[in-house]
Structure formats: structure tokens, C-alpha cells
Write a new protein. Sequence first.
Length: 253
Amino acid sequence: MRPGTGRRGIDSGLAGQTLFASVDYGSIPVFGVPDVSEQSRGAYLAIQPCPGGLAMIASVEGVVGAVAADSLVIEVGGIGYRVFASPAVIAGAQPGGRLKLHTFHLVREDVQALYGFRTVEELGFFNLLLTVTGVGPKVALAIVGSRPTPDLQLAIMAQDQAVLVSIPGIGKKLAERVIFELKEKVAAAGVAVGGSAAAGAAAGEGEIVAALQALGYSLAEAREASRTALAAVGVASTLEERVKAALRSLLRS
């Protein structure tokens, strides 16, 4: 088929994974770059530079072309991007409707894949989960998609294994590892800031902000939640108590 005519599916050719679900050659030039005029019709693809000269697809916004059991296709500039997502995201997607997802672009020798999330916080927590030994994208997606992010993080801080074990694919040993490694990261972030900050409320707030940022929250969200937490539990409370209070406030918001 000549470039510039027709439409066909594209397979990544890597371990059976499909990143580009379809390409409409009538809307892209020979070089394979979507026509910028597509932006005027409301389809956007955010490209974020990565170390080493690679490009990471940071978000996808466009029309839902198809919905499958574990993924959906979002059409942007004549290209259909297959994005793996949680059941909640897939259930809310309707073919022909518009959707924006923040994405993690997995690139390995044997696979390329996109994982999509409704919020930056979900994406940040997904990235954090990937740092845990034995947790890959499929397991991390299952955890993030199981319930609201602050609820999951509260369970981790409270060492509530039952919440994690209730998620398909998560056994007791993996749940223990997730709790142990993530609590260590949150505590380390808070202690590092607390050790260099001024005494009193400023130090307390800085520790909470750092801990929440380690969990994937933005600086603005972390600051607001930290102030709410300090008002609720006071400066004399432990870092863990403050972080739990902050997560409870984020769960209510």
C-alpha cells in the first residue's frame, strides 16, 4: 500500500505487542508525522524527551477508536495508539468519545507498550510501584486500578496486607515486599528533608511534602495536604501519622 492512501493496522512486531493499532495514511505525510492540522480537530500527542535522545509518549488525547478487555485504541492524527488501562478506565470509554490519558511508555528489546491513567497522581504511583522488586507493569496497573490511589497508599502506610492481597495477581509475599519497600522510600524521603529543614512546623511540613512527592503527588497537592495534616495531628506527631493524615485528606478531596 502506498503512503498517502488507505488505512491499515500496524503491529510492533515485538513479542506480539501492538503499540500502533492502526494508521490512516490519508491524514499523514510520507514522513509518517501526523499533520499539524489535526490539532485543530482536538487530537493531541504529548512527546516528552528522555535521556539518550529517546522520546517518551507522556499523554494521549483523541477519539476512542476501539475498546478491548484490557486496552483501548485512541486515534490521534491518523494513528491509533493501543493503550493498556485499568478496568475502570476501559468501562468509562465509549467508541467515538473523547479521552485523554497520561501514559507510561514501556520500551524494551522485546516489547513496546503504552499504559494509560486518568490522573498524573495515578501515573506517579504506577512509576513508584515499578521500583519495587518483582513488580512489573501488569501488576502495577492492577494495583493502581483496584481502588483510589490515596486509599492504596494508606493501606501501605498502615501495613494492611489484606488490601493488596485482595487484588488479582498479588500474593502475600509480594504484598509484604510492596509495603516494606514503599514505606522505606516514603520514610527516607521525609527523613532526608527533616534532617536539613528548620525546626518546628516548617520541618514537619517539609517532611510530609517530601514523603507525598515520593508517592507521586505534585508539589502543590503535597503542600496543601501537609497543611491539612499538621492541623489535624500536630507537629509533635510522627512522620507516619502525618503522612497518613495527609493521605486521608487527599482521599476526601
